[in-house]
Design a protein. Structure first.
Length: 358
């Protein structure tokens, strides 16, 4: 994809060791016998792990989430009782006994999101089995005190962290798209609900800019259509000119990544972001279903990553292999000092807009 004319859930983190086998028989059992009694862990791809996670957690009472160990190619499933632990191990996954179910943590996150303090983000960290509340540098004084009180009220289900930067949308991902008053990045080329060629980008881009060009001050090539921000952060634009629109992402090295469809992000998954300001950066999914309160309002259901981004990367592509995962929404930090970035999931955007990849 050229830089200009080719304007292109389970909660699956890192486990350190295998699950220790429960002692079976007498204390005089040999090491060899203990090894034979240990559960056998399957080596899985991220896709296979997601499928197994769906099967296991749907059958487990008190689902506490799961995550993918990308280095060891193992699935880890959180459980709250021994019966669930045995079921998980029998299926070849690693079981981790935790205190809180996903329902309990989601309830705590919703309660904290309701406080609606700008400059904060909330997500469920399945590795620590807690809700992580992150406050940026703008949260201080009475607002910070109120936030600390709210986190403390959740008992052991939540913890507070600070971000050095400031949570902002990245308006100023893929190729650059220009409009009056701003620049964003194209996410993924799609076919709109009425069968026309178009593209996805961030909702905070399409709700602010009505017409798009592939160069600063250039002729319009697309018009903004439906979108939503805040609440969600997706938007769609329909091509109005004769523009090459392949289903691929610019890798900014002379190459492109073909995109065959959309996928759901998994915690622990390795991902790549392409944007017109900072080009291509890699990282890891840290959480899904995160909520961020920007100055403009709260956006829910986001993918949280440790991938960096800067203004102008908004709307750009988050992908893994040939699967479209997300659209750059916002975050804190930059690509010099590092930071965290949140993405609108592509499947949810496609469903809402009636569009499809390609």
């Amino acid at each position: 994809m050229s830089q200009h004319r080719r304007v292109p859930k389970r909660r699956i983190v890192l486990a350190g060791s295998a699950v220790a086998a429960l002692a079976v028989g007498t204390l005089t059992a040999t090491t060899a016998n203990a090894s034979q009694d240990a559960p056998t862990l399957k080596s899985l791809s991220s896709t296979s792990a997601a499928q197994l996670a769906d099967q296991l957690t749907s059958d487990i009472k008190g689902d506490a989430g799961s995550y993918y160990d990308a280095k060891a190619n193992k699935l880890v499933v959180n459980v709250t009782d021994e019966a669930a632990k045995e079921k998980v191990e029998a299926a070849g996954a690693q079981a981790k006994v935790v205190t809180h179910t996903l329902a309990q943590l989601d309830s705590a996150k919703d309660a904290l999101t309701g406080k609606n303090i700008p400059g904060t983000a909330r997500s469920v960290d399945v590795k620590t089995n807690k809700v992580v509340v992150t406050a940026d540098k703008t949260v201080k004084g009475a607002e910070l005190a109120k936030l600390k009180k709210a986190v403390k009220a959740q008992g052991g289900k939540a913890e507070l962290k600070r971000a050095e930067g400031e949570f902002t949308t990245k308006i100023a991902g893929g190729d650059a798209i220009w409009g009056d008053g701003g620049r964003c990045s194209l996410g993924f080329n799609v076919t709109t609900a009425d069968g026309k060629p178009g593209f996805l980008t961030a909702g905070h881009c399409t709700t602010a800019i009505s017409s798009w060009s592939d160069s600063q001050g250039g002729q319009p090539i697309a018009e903004s259509g439906d979108g939503k921000f805040p609440g969600n952060d997706y938007g769609i634009a329909t091509y109005t000119g004769d523009v090459d629109h392949p289903s691929e992402v610019n890798l900014y090295d002379g190459g492109t990544q073909a995109i065959s469809g959309a996928g759901e992000a998994q915690v622990g998954q390795q991902v790549t972001r392409s944007g017109s300001t900072t080009q291509v950066h890699d990282g890891t999914v840290k959480a899904v279903d995160a909520s961020v309160t920007y100055p403009e309002g709260t956006v829910d259901g986001l993918i949280q990553t440790d991938v960096c981004a800067e203004p102008g990367d908004s709307g750009g592509s988050l992908f893994a292999g040939d699967k479209a995962l997300g659209l750059t929404s916002g975050g804190s930090g930059d690509c010099s000092s590092g930071g965290e970035t949140y993405f609108q999931p592509v499947p949810a955007a496609l469903d809402a807009l009636g569009a499809k990849i390609g």
